[in-house]
Structure formats: structure tokens, C-alpha cells
Ligand binder design. Structure first.
Ligand SMILES: Cc1cc2nc3c(=O)[nH]c(=O)nc-3n(C[C@H](O)[C@H](O)[C@H](O)COP(=O)(O)OP(=O)(O)OC[C@H]3O[C@@H](n4cnc5c(N)ncnc54)[C@H](O)[C@@H]3O)c2cc1C
Length: 220
């Protein structure tokens, strides 16, 4: 069975009912996870977050955006780019994957070399625990006092609860960006180049390596 709640209250009631009746629940964002964590099970409820699609707040002064979990990763950047900001973690699936899925998977992308993974860019969330209890963790500022519970939730693959709201930091778009494409005869040579660049104290905004199998034959 699939359910598509629209509010945190509905998520809470669904989880509480399932908990009382020992029914498994599989949360689902956009279903792009390569590890298959959002695949439905025959004896479980599939809880889709597709209706949690709203950007709730954009705060340029404090450089943060509050979103519902079904908002796509790319939509965050699209919402703030006119004002010269962007959201740094950029999985290649960013056009489709949801921020809730990114939190559950601690997703990364090319920019994470410099700006960190999802865990380094999420500062708060609302989560409904499996028994229906609603918790707010973190908030609108970095490093709140106490245990790093946000660090436990980010990357927990939907096992601890359902994330129903996420607060992310946004960064100013760099003034310039230059792309370099460099060919290497061996993968080891390319890897050594990465090590040399980092050892020289240069942290590029992004780095990606593609081997022969990943590049189409026309480009060789
Ligand atoms: C072409 C392609 C390229 C990709 N590139 C990258 C990449 O560069 N970097 C990278 O890190 N990943 C990448 N991925 C993997 C995937 O896109 C990410 O892991 C993404 O974060 C999954 O988001 P989703 O919304 O599709 O989540 P789903 O696939 O729907 O769910 C993933 C997991 O999160 C849980 N979940 C989803 N929403 C919630 C929620 N609101 N609360 C609690 N749990 C939830 C699910 O139960 C499941 O365990 C790629 C995938 C594809 C298909």
C-alpha cells in the first residue's frame, strides 16, 4: 500500500498507526537512490513525500532556505540563483532527487570536495520518529549546543524516521568559474594529479574523474 500525506500531522498519524500495528514503513522521495532503499516491500506501507513540495522560507541575511523534503535538490539553487546564491551539494541526479532523500543518503556531488556533503550543509530538520513523535533538531544557526543528533539523522537512510522539513545553508555563487578537461594515459596518473593539486594547497570547487569505460567512444 502507498500513502501520500500532505502534512507532518498526517505523517505522524500514519507512523503511529503503523508502529502500533507492527507494520513496516518505507519512506520514499524521488526514488533515484541507487542502493534501492526506497523500493516498496510487499508487507509494508510506502510513504511517498511527493506532496511535500514547498519552499517555506528563504532568508538571504542568514543565508538559509527552509524546504519541505519533496523539493528537488536543484529547485533550491533555482530559487536563489537570481540573488547570487546556490546550494552546494550537487548529486548528478539533482534535477530529480529530493532534499529529503539527500538527507537520508548524505548525498554528495562534484562540489563536495570543497563545500562538503549534505551533512555539512544541513543545519536543521523536522523529523517524525517511527512511533509518530515529531522532533525538531538543529535550527537556523550552525552547531547548536548538545549532542550532534543532526549528524545521526543525516545518512540514516530513512531508518530513524521521516524527515518532514529541512533547513539548508546557501552559499554565494563564486564570481568566476573555469573548467579544465585534462587527459591522462592511466587512472593512477589522474589520481596522482588529484593528490598533487590538493597537496599544493589548492582546493578546486569540483573535481571529477572519468575512466575509459565511462566516456563515449566518439570522445576518445
Ligand atoms: C543518475 C543518478 C546519479 C546520481 N548521482 C549521485 C551523486 O552524484 N551523488 C550521490 O550522493 N548520489 C547520487 N545518486 C543517488 C541518489 O540520487 C541520491 O542518493 C539521492 O539523495 C536520493 O534521493 P531521492 O529523493 O531519490 O531518495 P529515494 O531514492 O526516494 O530514497 C533514498 C533513501 O532515502 C529515504 N528517504 C527518502 N526521503 C526521505 C525522507 N523524507 N525522510 C526519511 N527518509 C527518506 C528512503 O527510505 C531511502 O532509504 C544518483 C542517482 C542517479 C540515478
Amino acid at each position: 500500500m502507498a500513502v501520500l500525506p500532505k502534512t507532518t500531522e498526517q505523517v505522524s498519524r500514519i507512523l503511529a498507526w503503523c508502529h502500533r500495528n507492527a507494520v513496516k514503513v518505507v519512506p520514499r522521495g524521488s526514488g533515484t537512490s541507487l542502493s534501492g532503499g526506497a523500493l516498496p516491500l510487499a508487507d509494508a506501507v510506502l510513504l511517498g513525500l511527493g506532496k511535500f513540495k514547498r519552499i517555506l522560507d528563504i532568508d538571504y541575511e542568514d543565508r538559509l532556505v527552509v524546504v519541505q523534503p519533496g523539493v528537488t535538490n536543484l529547485a533550491i539553487t533555482q530559487a536563489v540563483q537570481d540573488r547570487g546564491f546556490y546550494y552546494a551539494p550537487d548529486p548528478s541526479s539533482q534535477i530529480a532527487c529530493s532534499i529529503g532523500g539527500n538527507v537520508a543518503e548524505n548525498s554528495g556531488g562534484v562540489h563536495c570536495l570543497k563545500y562538503g556533503l549534505t551533512t555539512n550543509n544541513v543545519i536543521g530538520c523536522e523529523i517524525v520518529l517511527m512511533d509518530g513523535e515529531v522532533l525538531r533538531i538543529g535550527g537556523r544557526h550552525l552547531d547548536p549546543a548538545g549532542l550532534d543528533l543532526l549528524g545521526v539523522i543525516v545518512g540514516s537512510e530513512g531508518l530513524l524516521g521521516v524527515v518532514t522539513e529541512v533547513t539548508v545553508r546557501i552559499l554565494p555563487t563564486p564570481e568566476t568559474a573555469r573548467a579544465l578537461l585534462i587527459g591522462f594515459s592511466t587512472v593512477a596518473g589522474a589520481g596522482q594529479c588529484v593528490a598533487d593539486v590538493i597537496a599544493a594547497g589548492i582546493i578546486p570547487a569540483g573535481m571529477e574523474m572519468m575512466d575509459r569505460k565511462a566516456t563515449p567512444s566518439e570522445s576518445r
